[in-house]
Design a protein around this ligand. Structure first.
Ligand code: RAM
Length: 900
């Protein structure tokens, strides 16, 4: 059996509306054999499903099966291309053609936009919120011929919803998504052939403020990109007779009534469901002279409904308020059913937690009203959900609802970018599983088109530091490649002329944060290098390195130009180990020397960049930046170590990042690792790290022989620790280790989010060390399977859907044996490490004999299990671990182990 499956074009199955001129194709190989390696492949691309009109036929000897760029005849706008793939593996075994898949081009050139931006002459203002009311507009058109196909390309300045003949077009929310509209505005493409009716048709849209002109940031900033919301739409109708027609937004469109009186990302929505008197009103529509030159096709997966949650309960608080409990801190909105009197007003106010007394609490949400008001139409049963807003919440204060309203009248609708879930992680420990759950929900709540710090207060911004810290974990849970690829383009657009990377992307702060003391900071700006590198490593995507190359280089050159010493970054504002606990109570800043942190990041990013230059074959840059890297490292060592080899910052984070970024001279390594453990001991075996130290603390402990300490930190349940939050009932990650303090009080209202993914960055370590899955060559072309055992865990199951297929690892301790099952996808290899092998010499002998005799099966425990090794397996033993390389397939290892 040999089948080519899971064909993807630009990470997507049969996408439409692609504007890349060399879209990349990927596939996976399914076979019941082991050790499967692709040796040749053939791709055919045609404009017809029968492959009569072939525009690209490529047959080559190559192992590559991911991201193969289309290189045939130039692709035409709006054309659908069909493709299929076949492969040859091992000794000339040939597959059949795969199923036929397709992609369809969008509008490749912006000059193809004939439509006009349309808006209202005077948008109504909602006085309560000082916000523009959304408006609706429509166009009636008649069809006289048989329609073969209809496709609409649509976008807005603001956010829009589109309907054709009363049916919602597409399943996407908050379109066109958030990019820096000064540079890039995405349009969406929808096939609407099924919604078109014979004869009379009506297309209508509602446009709201969204990120374009709505509130953004904590200073009540508005109109960031403009002050006029507008729609741009171009629909192509293709008839059976070969002719076609275009319906476009223009002066012929008319305004119509809109029931939404206010809708704002932070503030919520006001909806008056009562029928307005006239169906159509005097048109107030105008054409807006806004350029169409920076329109681009949708780049990442749009925001969609991901799941729906049934609430746990409705209860009355000590204050006498009625509160709905979703049971989960989430981002999205509440949909509800109600039977109300005409004009009855119901209100939903969203918050994340209850206070110490059990009352509804929303002070930490600051100035984001998160309030949804609905005025009933008085019709039988009404079902409502808000349109251009989302809330971050677990609890909802209900006002004006009938006393007997039931939880079943409400549904929590979870929204986020429609990224494919690719990872799973489960252990025998319930609390660790809850932590994984909280990390995942931190991601769900904050991957809403842009990687945000939090989804609830008047912030929800693309903080670069948070994104950088969490990127590796994010890439385990979901396929985050298109998501980051889009966001990183905005990062490049927003980079300042000297290469500085802003604090947030899209950059709405524009130098206003930190009162002009600083425009950037280490660890945050380094997202420019770390995020593309992470995406490359996890998905083998070289394009992102090419795309971001100049941005990365500019960032490093920016740092180099700071201060007097080109090898240190010791100037300017450094947020450094943000929110660490090693400074005085209540401080936002950690105690680690900010310039140690900035220079460490400078070295780290420069080292990565040199590596990238090498990968892309830019050898001059490689030489230059590799040299720069060596000089920074030297300068770091000279400046931040004393004569005895101690770091000048006596903090956990200083030891952690020095070790993780490889800035410790070999001779001091043991000492620094030991010092870290002493600092942990000093805190009674607890961490006190902030944003920058936390992601790596467990990594450096387990990499330097302190696996037990890493596990100790992970399993701690008292403050401060990951499981302290779990014990306190958290369902997402908190911004502070003490968002809720031991005495039940809250951290200051000024900055206290209960859905902030940064500390969830331990998730990568959990996948890599407990599950044992890691990348050894970009895209997991080669993986590393090396679970680390803890006496607290009796089993773990982890899996990751890579570009090549699923890697899975499960291990279980049964009495004195370990039983481990591993699946390695075809066309990849893996280096496996069996931990805690008891009779290492015996096992070694078995494996070597089996290898020498080219035996396919070896018995590791006298008949208890079998495994299979016939590659050049690079055998190694260190301590009681045994490691070797294997090809693709499923394996079972069972052996006696040394208890921990
Ligand atoms: C807060 C954000 C974010 C952090 C910055 C420095 O406002 O929530 O998490 O990166 O500060």
């Amino acid at each position: 059996m040999l089948v080519v499956k899971n064909l993807k074009c630009e990470y997507l199955e049969n996408p439409i509306g692609i504007d890349k001129i060399n879209p990349r194709l990927s596939w996976q190989i399914i076979s019941d054999k082991r050790n499967v390696k692709q040796q040749q492949f053939q791709i055919q691309v045609a404009t017809d499903e029968e492959f009569k009109n072939i525009v690209w036929n490529m047959h080559t000897f190559s192992e590559k099966s991911i991201h193969i760029p289309y290189e045939g005849a130039p692709l035409e706008s709006r054309m659908r291309y069909f493709y299929r793939v076949k492969v040859w593996i091992n000794k000339e075994e040939e597959s059949d053609w795969s199923n036929t898949c397709f992609w369809e081009m969008g509008l490749i050139n912006t000059s193809e936009w004939k439509a006009e931006w349309i808006s209202l002459k005077d948008q109504k203002i909602n006085e309560d919120f000082k916000a523009r009311a959304p408006f609706s507009c429509f166009k009636n058109f008649t069809i006289n011929k048989d329609v073969k196909k209809a496709v609409v390309y649509v976008t807005s300045l603001g956010v829009y919803e589109l309907y054709l003949n009363g049916k919602r077009v597409g399943e996407d929310y908050l379109t066109p998504g958030w990019t820096d509209y000064n540079y890039r505005i995405q349009y969406q493409t929808y096939e609407v052939s099924d919604l078109i009716k014979a004869k009379d048709n009506k297309l209508n849209a509602t446009i709201g403020e969204g990120w374009y002109s709505g509130y953004l940031g904590w200073t009540k900033r508005k109109d960031t990109y403009g002050s006029k919301n507008a729609l741009l739409l171009q629909m192509y109708i293709y008839y059976e007779d070969g002719t076609s027609e275009v319906i476009a937004s223009d002066e012929s469109w008319k305004e119509e009534n809109c029931n939404i009186l206010m809708s704002d990302i932070y503030n919520g929505e006001i909806y008056d469901a009562r029928e307005k008197e006239e169906a159509s009103i005097d048109s107030n529509l105008i054409i807006v002279p806004y350029p169409k030159t920076h329109l681009i096709a949708q780049e990442n997966e749009p925001i969609r409904i991901q799941e729906e949650i049934e609430p746990l309960s409705i209860f009355k608080t000590p204050k006498g308020e009625f509160v709905l409990d979703m049971g989960q801190n989430m981002a999205g909105f509440v949909r509800f059913k109600i039977r109300g009197e005409k004009g009855q007003k119901v209100t939903l106010i969203h918050g994340e937690v209850l206070d110490k007394e059990g009352n509804f609490y929303r002070d930490n949400i600051r100035d984001a009203a998160q309030k949804v008001t609905y005025i009933c139409s008085g019709n039988e049963e009404e079902i409502y959900e808000p349109h251009f807003t989302f809330q971050g919440f677990r609890y909802v204060k209900l006002e004006g609802f009938p006393k007997d309203i039931k939880p079943s009248n409400f549904t929590g609708v979870v929204l986020h970018s429609d990224m494919k879930p690719i990872g799973s992680f489960e252990t025998s420990d319930k609390k660790i599983n809850q932590l994984q759950h909280n990390i995942l929900w931190g991601q769900k709540g904050n991957f809403i088109d842009v990687p945000t710090d939090c989804p609830q207060r008047d912030e929800r911004l693309g903080w670069t530091g948070d994104a950088q810290i969490f990127a590796r974990t994010a890439c385990f849970n979901m396929n985050a490649a298109p998501f980051f690829s889009k966001w990183l383009k905005d990062l490049s657009c927003n980079q300042m002329s000297d290469g500085a990377v802003p604090f947030v992307v899209p950059d709405i702060l524009k130098g206003t944060f930190a009162d002009g003391i600083g425009l950037t900071t280490a660890g945050w700006g380094d997202a420019a290098v770390i995020c593309p590198w992470t995406i490359y490593q996890c998905y083998g995507d070289e394009n992102i390195l090419i795309q971001q190359y100049d941005s990365m280089k500019n960032w490093i050159n920016y740092i180099r130009n700071q201060g007097n010493d080109e090898y240190l970054w010791d100037t300017g504002l450094q947020l450094a180990d943000w929110l660490a606990l090693d400074n005085e109570e209540g401080s936002f800043f950690g105690a680690t020397d900010g310039y140690l942190v900035s220079t460490a990041y400078y070295a780290y990013s420069t080292g990565i960049f040199a590596n990238i230059a090498k990968i892309l074959g830019k050898f001059d840059d490689y030489k230059l930046y590799n040299q720069l890297y060596a000089s920074i490292k030297e300068a770091y060592i000279n400046r931040f170590y004393d004569n005895e080899g101690n770091l000048t910052s006596e903090t956990q984070t200083a030891q952690v990042i020095s070790l993780y970024f490889d800035l410790v001279p070999e001779k001091y390594k043991e000492r620094i690792a030991k010092r870290l453990v002493e600092l942990i001991e000093k805190k009674n075996m607890h961490l006190d790290t902030g944003f920058l130290g936390t992601p790596y603390i467990c990594h450096v402990l387990s990499d330097n022989g302190y696996e037990d300490v890493a596990y100790k930190l992970l399993f701690n349940t008292d403050y401060p620790s990951w499981l302290y939050q779990v014990e306190r009932g958290a369902t997402t990650m908190w911004e502070h280790w003490d968002s809720i303090k031991v005495d039940g009080s809250f951290w200051d209202i000024g900055m206290n989010s209960f859905n902030h993914y940064s500390y969830g960055s331990v998730g990568a370590w959990m996948y890599q060390n407990i599950g044992g899955i890691d990348m050894a060559e970009a895209g997991y072309k080669k993986s590393q399977i090396a679970p680390k055992l803890s006496e607290k865990l009796s089993y773990t199951k982890a899996a990751l859907d890579t570009m090549y297929g699923k890697i899975s690892v499960s291990w279980e301790i049964i009495e004195d044996k370990i039983n481990m099952n591993v699946v390695i996808p075809h066309n990849t290899t893996s280096r496996i490490t069996l931990p805690k092998v008891k009779n290492i010499e015996k096992i070694k002998k078995y494996i070597i004999e089996a290898y020498n005799e080219k035996r396919l099966h070896i018995d590791l425990t006298n008949g208890l299990s079998e495994t299979y090794i016939d590659t050049d397996f690079g055998f190694e033993i260190f301590g009681d671990n045994i490691s070797f390389e294997i090809g693709s397939g499923s394996y079972n290892f069972s052996y006696e182990y040394t208890p921990i």
